[in-house]
Write a protein that binds this ligand. Structure first.
Ligand code: ADP
Ligand code: MG
Ligand code: ZN
Length: 552
């Protein structure tokens, strides 16, 4: 499946090839800009592209953080074309490889790849061609698993001896992060590529300072130059919509029909089952729609993705298996039907909207109770030491949803992005005046005392029981049935909140601030119970070491 195409020996000859009689590009005296214009037909560099290209061409190790759609590929395509030698690109998915390979071939660039749909013999032919001193290839794409295989090691060794190995590029480098959700074990071994003594350049879309540090460590980058563009995407509008438990799917379909007529978008769902059900509802309302999840076989997956990419389907209902590296410029909305597991994941997924720079919407459907489903997943699938980290990441997402300050600011703060940005009313919170922060330290301490007293009466307390006992509501039958109205601090927060709902919201805030902890136990496969205990910050507040300022 590898069609040799015109080799590109150097740029001068290529600009000649690209020249047509009535459209003669003027050489700008700037090799990189010439490549951008003459080969890729883009007028100018975007954001920090030029800076990254300058660093990459000096053969230093580097890590570049550029948001989704920011044009990361160009940052190694151009340096790869302006030098002799082959760029080895490691990228996590076959779909991404195919996409990049066909794009480069469409520009007449000679590129090859190995993948799992080839036979070992076919792969050996490619490896062999690459070790040729006169190999015509400019780029070689493969997954980290293949990169770690013995034939690849032998191939890299030979290339490095021939001096035809220009550099390694690690795309989607956040996959090295064992603490992150898109962790791929083979990524963690990529530092062994350093044995070939070539520069390594890593790219990722979004990364906190912590993630950046882990990427540098795991890849063994040597004195890397770190290049970071602002994460801010001015054309994205952020919104959080309160989600109804039972009608959430119908609400999403209605929202799309009312707001996004005939424009294309993604709806991220919690489960495989949700993607199928939601797609069914879309279709029943006459909206063309496909679904996508990890359990589909390869052909179904690519068929569905293709239907959406080509615009034949307006909406794709997907799990987070969908989207890494998907380059569709005109995605006008990304809706999350359920909570993502971290703000990093959220921004990666939501950031697939509006790559063309036009206004696009990132909507998160929020229900506090959805947090439980994810906590449960974390409990099931995570080792002890990652549990706290992942719970904390999830709490940041919930706190993003429950906050009344600018959503853009919350996201950029999370990514340690110090840029002073102006939201210009392009998030829901900036359209209303936020409530002033108020000191809730006293209420917090009293809630903790209330909880301790309740725990003396009954072992398992839920959010609602605590909120209503604190508020002094007898309206719920189990308050009296369980004897909570008899505890000394019953109703101590009578005047703190105007109604039960606000009191419940307050308790939820204490959970995401880790003053209280929500424990989750599976009863069986389908049912779980939750109960509250004091969290790790409870004593800090009670000892007045920290205050609780909240905007409710
Ligand atoms: P990323 O990997 O950062 O998500 P891509 O490399 O897939 O982004 O590029 C996203 C889109 O931006 C592509 O369609 C690409 O052709 C386009 N692009 C890249 N650089 C430029 C540029 N300088 N000017 C205009 N479009 C560009
Ligand atoms: Mg990319
Ligand atoms: Zn805002």
């Amino acid at each position: 499946s590898h069609m040799p195409s015109t080799p590109i020996a150097n740029i001068v000859s290529l600009s000649d090839v690209m020249t047509t009689e009535n459209n003669i590009p003027q050489p700008s005296g700037d090799v990189h800009l010439d490549i951008l214009r003459n080969i890729f037909q883009h007028e100018n560099f975007r954001g920090i592209q030029r800076r990254v290209i300058d660093v990459v061409t000096t053969n230093k190790d580097a890590l570049a953080v550029i948001p989704t759609g920011g044009g990361k590929s160009m940052c190694y395509w151009i340096p790869g074309l302006s030098s002799t030698g082959i760029t080895v690109v490691i990228t996590p998915l076959m779909a991404l490889i195919n996409d990049q390979v066909s794009k480069l071939r469409s520009y007449g660039i000679n590129v090859c790849c190995v993948n799992s749909s080839m036979t070992p013999e076919e792969r050996d032919i490619i490896f062999h061609e690459l070790t040729d001193k006169e190999s015509p290839y400019k780029f070689f794409y493969l997954t980290p698993e293949f990169a770690m295989s013995p034939p690849a090691t032998a191939c890299f060794q030979a290339m490095s001896e021939n001096k035809t190995l220009l550099r390694f590029v690690i795309d989607e480098a956040h996959c090295v992060d064992t603490w992150g959700q898109s962790f791929r074990p083979s990524y963690a071994q990529l530092s062994t590529l350093k044995q070939f003594n070539r520069p390594t350049v890593a790219f990722t879309g979004t990364a906190t300072n912590q993630t950046k540090q882990r990427i540098v460590e795991k890849l063994g980058l040597v004195q890397p130059v770190i290049l970071q563009s602002t994460c801010n995407r001015g054309n994205l509008v952020f919104r959080v919509i309160n989600k109804s438990g039972p009608h959430a799917k119908e609400d999403v379909v209605k929202h799309v029909q009312e707001n996004f007529l005939n424009v294309c978008g993604i709806v991220y769902c919690f489960s495989t089952k949700d993607t199928v059900e939601l797609a069914y509802i879309f279709k029943s309302k006459g909206v063309s729609c496909v679904y996508y999840h990890g359990q589909l076989d390869y052909f179904e997956r690519t068929d569905n993705a293709r239907a959406w990419l080509s615009g034949k389907a307006q909406v794709i209902c997907a799990t987070s298996a969908f989207g890494m590296g998907i380059d569709k410029p005109d995605v006008r909305f990304v809706i999350h039907l359920s909570l993502p597991r971290s703000l990093e994941e959220y921004y990666q997924e939501a950031g697939r909207a509006g790559r063309d720079g036009n206004t696009s919407y990132c909507i998160l459907m929020f229900r506090f109770e959805d947090r439980n489903k994810l906590i449960q997943l974390i409990y099931k699938s995570t080792s002890e030491d990652h549990m706290e980290f992942q719970t904390h990441s999830l709490n940041r997402v919930v706190s993003y949803c429950m906050s009344s300050i600018c959503r853009r600011k919350l996201i950029l703060e999370y990514f340690d992005d110090g840029f002073d940005i102006n939201c210009n009313g392009s998030c829901d919170n900036c359209l209303t005046t936020p409530p002033l922060p108020k000191d809730y330290t006293m209420e917090t301490i009293n809630t903790c005392i209330c909880l301790e007293e309740m725990l003396a009466v009954h072992a398992k307390i839920n959010v609602k029981q605590l909120a209503l006992t604190f508020k002094g509501s007898k309206s719920k039958r189990d308050i009296e049935a369980k004897g909570f109205h008899l505890i000394p601090h019953y109703g101590i927060g009578k005047n703190a909140f105007k109604n039960d709902a606000d009191s419940i919201k307050f308790v939820q805030h204490l959970i995401i601030n880790e003053v209280l902890m929500e424990n989750i136990r599976a009863v069986d496969d389908r049912f779980t119970t939750t109960f509250i205990t004091l969290g790790k910050k409870a004593n800090l507040v009670r000892n007045r070491e920290i205050q609780m300022f909240l905007r409710l």
